[in-house]
Design a protein around this ligand. Structure first.
Ligand code: B4P
Length: 188
């Protein structure tokens, strides 16, 4: 199964993708994780990406596509995957369709996780204290939410138009949200 997870920052995409990997044995592909690894390793790409991430802006499409294509070439992807944090705008949505067509692994379902703004700020502020991520300051969180509304929210329509979008209530405990996702996958 090939799943695209959509949702604003802090909606629990990364958290739920990790559970799906563990319980369904799917590969978890997070562009945020891949980018943070590139930054940590000080690669050219990481150095270029860092200033965008620290400002809460999207990293340029070509850089992220490069990372994604490398990851999709790895062996574990053959048994299905969860894409977490990609696509994040309409250009990436088209690029993804093209790459997946080329490797013969089209998306089966897109899950849009819905969480309100107050909950997002609370979760990410908590993570700022626990993990010290440089993009979890209040100002950057607000910018990430603005970027999400402007650039990422329209991506859901692409999947809705194909009849592939399922909306998931992301409020409540991690396990409650997981149960809703599992029910949506079962119903499909
Ligand atoms: P991401 O790594 O995707 O960061 P995110 O949107 O904050 O989501 P994340 O997965 O980390 O958080 P989650 O909701 O699981 O992106 C970071 C940056 O990388 C972007 O701003 C951008 O610059 C760049 N980037 C990434 N992909 C890109 C792309 N395709 N194109 C361009 N740029 C790109 O969890 C948040 C917190 O909530 C966690 O602490 C978690 O423990 C908690 N939580 C989760 N579920 C909860 C629940 N039910 N109840 C309470 N807390 C919960």
């Amino acid at each position: 199964m090939r799943i695209v997870l959509l949702g604003p920052p802090g909606s629990g995409k990364g958290t739920q993708a990790a559970l799906l990997r563990e319980r369904l044995g799917l590969a978890h592909i997070s562009t945020g994780v891949l980018l943070r690894e590139a930054v940590r390793h000080g690669t050219d790409l990481g150095l270029q990406a860092k200033r965008y991430m620290d400002a809460g802006e999207l990293v340029p499409d070509a850089l992220v596509l490069d990372l994604l294509e490398q990851r999709l070439g790895q062996q574990d992807v053959g048994s299905g995957f969860i894409l977490d944090g990609y696509p994040r705008n309409l250009t990436q949505t088209e690029a993804l369709d093209e790459v997946l067509r080329r490797i013969g692994q089209p998306v089966d379902i897109a899950l849009a996780v819905k969480v309100n703004e107050a909950e997002i700020v609370e979760r990410l502020s908590k993570r700022a204290i626990e993990e010290g991520r440089s993009d979890d300051t209040e100002e950057v969180i607000r910018n990430r939410m603005r970027v999400y509304a402007e650039q990422t929210a329209p991506v859901a329509k692409h999947y809705a138009d194909r009849g592939q979008l399922r909306e998931i209530d992301g409020m409540g405990s991690i396990d409650e949200v997981y149960q809703r996702i599992a029910a949506a996958l079962d119903a499909d």
